[in-house]
Design a protein. Structure first.
Lengths: 362, 628
């Protein structure tokens, strides 16, 4: 009877917490509303530990408040000398053993999940033709943007990660300059991008992102990396497997695409003169771009990772990137002017129109 | 020889404090310096919270925000919490064990001046080209990349003040082992002294890795060493390991003495001996030991592999067991006691639930796979502030009230103290409780701003309001301290519930502490004497006789000043346009080594205070007839 009552208490506590916690945050960024296996298991661990720990806090607080109320000097009398108790072996054993049991309850799923999340053996599996079976994305974190290379598909993009739903997506993580950390709170995370070694892990995306408020999940840099650390955001678009394959094909079709210096379009000509040295406009290629690949710029959700996606913002950004992302590498080291020099307003307008027009989805 | 008690002029007082080797005066200096840096770092926190009050705020710039967060963390841990705890350790440890001073009074003074001048050096960075901006952890890739001299200030400033901390730690270990009064066995030592001992032992083992790490960083930045430059075969993860091998024990270096302080306050105001004293001692040692086994839990996301993560996860959880033992022992001390809710007791009572809340989130983060989500989010910010503010700052504030009469022979105002507690305590929970949820909702830490529409606006606003309340609380505390100057002398055992030796000494405490060395007959010696009706408060182990005391010395200050000057030379040495810097470096080091040579060559045997002088001093302090 007593046992059943306790179980019921724990259960109701968990239920209350579930309601309370899941009421928190936005679907596209909150770790409390995960859409993916990794995030969901992490949430389960969160609920388990929070449940046990809330129980501990409640028990301690109750005993302590009880002691506090019962043994006030105003109640026991001013001149009473309490019995000077040395201690109690029985109690010591009780409050050593019970925490150990509680910790063991937590430790078992912790250890198994740790090993499970680290299992990236499937990255190397190949089918009979020698092609990799799992989707791998090479993530390179740079000051202050993200490059996503799909080595098996031979394509590359930046700032907006595109992934299929319903399968394990494996990531190779690395930083190009200083340490960053790759985090998609609503899907699971996180892992550091170190400068000297590759880190590997996987995530699963359950849900297509098109129904979300902005049509994307939010990704964050979680390791202090300089003045614009707070602005080093990226977005994640999860597509159905068919839509993802279609996207890969259109990306492949941009092979060889470039901007022409002799173009009659002022935007394209300016791009070719001032931007092309760092920013590719073809989605086929490898990692190592000096600036983000802009092939899919028109399909993206943000300018520079965080500004609203419109031409005014793009123009303002091109005019003075340092104002929006302090310390970013589009500026001369002394911070006075962009490395491509000052462009005229007319050039910037044309450039913004051209860049906005770069798209594989429209 | 009434010169010991004569009023001195202003200049003479300053000189007295610069040259003093008296542990009580050094304690006051630690208290003042610690409070100063606490105020500075608190102000930095307020600036950051105002910046984060609303989305897209432009109150401070991105670069300056990084300087603020770096200096807030560095200052609070190294230059505020550490010296404030040293203030209590310096004041109380010799008194609690019945000693006339620490084992090495000269080193005590040297430790203070190294800490203080190192701290001043670090803070001068704000006015000399920019403060360090790579976080208090100063992870190597970012700190090597960071332009300007900010990180150099960090490296040199911490190196100097860290040397001071290490010296003080050594001093306490030797003091506690060798200077205990007759009868003061290890298992009769007050728990604060025990925690001071364990914490000093942690300093002894934890600071060398930091020193080595800082030295490597210094070589990388100044002489083109390549310890952490991965393009030249270095490795930045080594810095992370070195930093956290120091950094995790550092948390226990701070929190153990805080536990010790509460272990004094709670029995006093419960009128009951500490429940489970021996298990408390055992738990303290166990926490100290385990503290060295868990550093990689700060690095779960670094990619150390599942085996390392699993081992460190379980080891970290294990720390919850001795910590839980402590909490239950405190509660059982209250149970069956006679609780008087004074301001220090109020802090102790507020501490228990706050600290438990901080501890349990620690267990959550020890769960490695869950920590992948929590790490570097606002959840961790909430967690460590619950531990540090809920655990250490409440201990410092509570003990300031409790021990103010020992420091200054004055009481702090109780009514204002209680108001301060409530303002600060409510502000604290308001600030940090919601930050748990901000972290779970995806907000990374160390961000200077955030965009609208991520669901974070409301909680950030609440958090800032809480921070402002904490600021008001601190100001009230400082006002209370200032008001006490005009207060009445508190006299011996003003709380009426003192249990340990420090309360048995007549006030004001003479500079030699104990006229006769006391004989300790059990745990809580003063309580025993009081229960037996001994008006004297102590049983003496020796007849009244000559006392051997150390001489004052300006040498510790000069040694530290030399280091301070040399640091500027080292800082500017890599700059091509500052050829004079090498001379500054040489002059500074010459001063330091010169002073060391003087110290080595000159014999300083201290002096003897004769029986008659002692009686004369006591008559002047307490009037005719001895103790008042």
């Amino acid at each position: 009877m007593m046992k059943g009552l306790k179980k019921w208490r724990l259960f109701s506590l968990l239920a209350v917490m579930m309601v309370f916690l899941s009421g928190c945050g936005e679907e596209y960024i909150s770790a409390l509303k995960p859409s993916g296996e990794v995030g969901k298991e992490q949430l389960n661990l969160l609920l388990l530990t929070t449940g046990i720990m809330t129980l501990v806090v409640v028990i301690v607080s109750v005993i302590y408040l009880l002691a506090f109320v019962k043994f006030r000097r105003s109640k026991v009398g001013e001149n009473v000398i309490p019995k000077q108790v040395e201690g109690s072996h029985t109690l010591e054993v009780i409050w050593t053993v019970i925490p150990i049991i509680l910790l063991l309850i937590i430790a078992v799923p912790v250890v198994t999940t740790t090993y499970k999340f680290a299992d990236v053996a499937a990255m190397d599996e190949v089918d009979e033709n020698g092609n990799k079976t799992a989707l791998t994305v090479n993530v390179t974190a740079k000051l202050y943007w993200w490059e996503f290379e799909y080595p098996n598909q031979g394509i590359v993009t930046a700032q907006e990660l595109v992934v299929p739903t319903g399968e394990k997506v494996y990531f190779n993580l690395k930083a190009a300059d200083v340490k960053h950390s790759f985090w998609i709170p609503a899907v699971g995370g996180k892992m550091d991008t170190n400068v000297e070694n590759l880190n590997k892990f996987y995530l699963v995306f359950d849900k297509e992102s098109k129904d979300l408020k902005d049509g994307v999940f939010y990704g964050k840099c979680a390791e202090l990396c300089g003045p614009s650390h707070a602005l080093m955001d990226f977005k994640v678009k999860s597509l159905s497997p068919e839509a993802f394959d279609a996207w890969v094909d259109t990306m492949k079709a941009t092979e060889g695409q470039t901007a022409d210096k002799a173009s009659t379009d002022l935007g394209e000509a300016t791009f070719a003169n001032s931007c092309l040295a760092c920013h590719a406009v073809s989605g086929v290629g490898g990692t190592g771009g000096l600036g983000p690949n802009l092939t899919t710029f028109g399909d993206r959700n943000r300018v520079a990772g965080f500004l609203e996606h419109n031409e005014e913002n793009l123009q303002a950004w091109i005019k003075n990137p340092g104002e929006y992302k302090p310390g970013n590498l589009m500026m001369n080291p002394d911070g006075t002017a962009p490395i491509y020099g000052d462009l005229s307003d007319e050039e910037i307008q044309a450039l913004a129109t051209y860049i906005m027009g770069l798209s594989v989805e429209k | 020889m009434s010169s010991y008690t004569q009023k001195k002029g202003f200049g003479a007082t300053i000189w007295d404090y610069i040259t003093t080797v008296d542990h009580k005066k050094l304690a006051v200096m630690y208290l003042l310096a610690g409070t100063l840096f606490f105020a500075i770092a608190g102000f930095e926190a307020l600036l950051m919270r105002i910046q984060l009050m609303k989305p897209n705020n432009d109150f401070v710039s991105a670069g300056f925000f990084n300087e603020l967060l770096t200096m807030h963390g560095t200052t609070m841990l190294f230059l505020a919490a550490t010296p404030l705890l040293f203030a209590f350790m310096n004041m109380l440890v010799p008194l609690q064990i019945g000693a006339r001073d620490v084992a090495f009074p000269f080193l005590n003074s040297l430790g203070f001046w190294l800490f203080f001048l190192g701290a001043v050096f670090l803070h001068l960075s704000f006015f000399m080209g920019g403060a360090p901006d790579a976080g208090w952890t100063s992870y190597a890739s970012l700190s090597l990349y960071s332009p300007g001299h900010g990180i150099d200030f960090y490296v040199l400033g911490l190196q100097i003040s860290g040397a001071g901390t290490l010296i003080s730690g050594l001093n306490f270990i030797v003091t506690i082992i060798t200077m205990r009064a007759p009868g003061m066995t290890f298992m009769r030592m007050p728990l604060f002294t025990w925690t001071a001992l364990v914490s000093s032992a942690l300093i002894l083992f934890a600071f060398p890795p930091l020193t080595i790490g800082l030295l490597m960083m210094l070589f990388d930045r100044m002489f083109g060493g390549n310890f952490f430059d991965h393009t030249m075969g270095g490795n930045t993860i080594i810095w992370e390991h070195l930093f956290w091998i120091f950094g995790h024990p550092e948390v226990y270096i701070l929190v153990l003495p805080a536990f010790g302080l509460f272990s004094e306050i709670i029995p006093a105001f419960s009128r009951k001996r500490l429940f489970g004293y021996s298990s408390m001692v055992f738990a303290t040692i166990l926490i100290g030991f385990l503290g060295f086994m868990v550093w990689a839990h700060h690095m779960f996301t670094v990619g150390l592999g599942p085996t390392a993560n699993a081992i460190f996860a379980v080891a970290t959880m294990a720390i919850a067991v001795p910590t839980g033992m402590k909490v239950f022992n405190w509660i059982l001390t209250i149970w069956g006691g006679s609780i008087k809710v004074t301001t220090p007791m109020l802090y102790a009572l507020g501490f228990i639930p706050s600290f438990v809340a901080g501890g349990v989130t620690g267990v959550m983060q020890a769960s490695a796979p869950l920590d992948y989500q929590l790490h570097d989010s606002y959840f961790i910010v909430a967690h460590f502030h619950y531990v540090i503010v809920g655990g250490i700052v409440t201990a410092l504030f509570g003990s300031a009230h409790f021990y103010w009469p020992i420091f200054f022979n004055r009481m702090l105002n109780e009514t204002l103290g209680k108001w301060t507690f409530w303002v600060f305590f409510i502000g604290f929970h308001l600030t940090f409780f919601v930050q748990h949820f901000l972290g779970l909702m995806g907000m990374p830490r160390r961000v200077f701003t955030y965009m609208e529409g991520q669901g974070w606006d409301q909680f950030n606003y609440i958090s800032t309001i809480g921070a402002l309340m904490m600021g008001v609380g601190v100001i009230m505390m400082v006002i209370n301290c200032l008001m006490s100057i005009k207060g009445k002398p508190a006299g011996r055992d003003p709380w009426g519930d003192g249990r340990t030796l420090e309360w048995a000494i007549p006030q004001p405490i003479p500079f030699y502490n104990f006229r006769q060395t006391p004989l300790v007959r059990g745990l809580d010696p003063y309580w025993i004497e009081k229960q037996e009706g001994n008006k004297e408060g102590m049983t003496y182990a020796e007849p009244l006789g000559d006392i051997h005391m150390p001489n004052n010395s300006a040498i510790p200050f000069v040694i530290s000043l030399g280091m301070f000057i040399a640091a500027f030379g080292a800082l500017y040495n890599p700059d091509a346009d500052k050829p004079w810097s090498i001379y500054v470096l040489i002059i500074g080091l010459a001063i330091t080594f010169g002073a060391m040579i003087v110290r080595s060559v000159k014999d300083d045997h201290g002096f003897h205070l004769h029986k008659e002088e002692i009686l004369e001093i006591e008559e002047q302090l307490y009037g005719k007839g001895g103790n008042k």
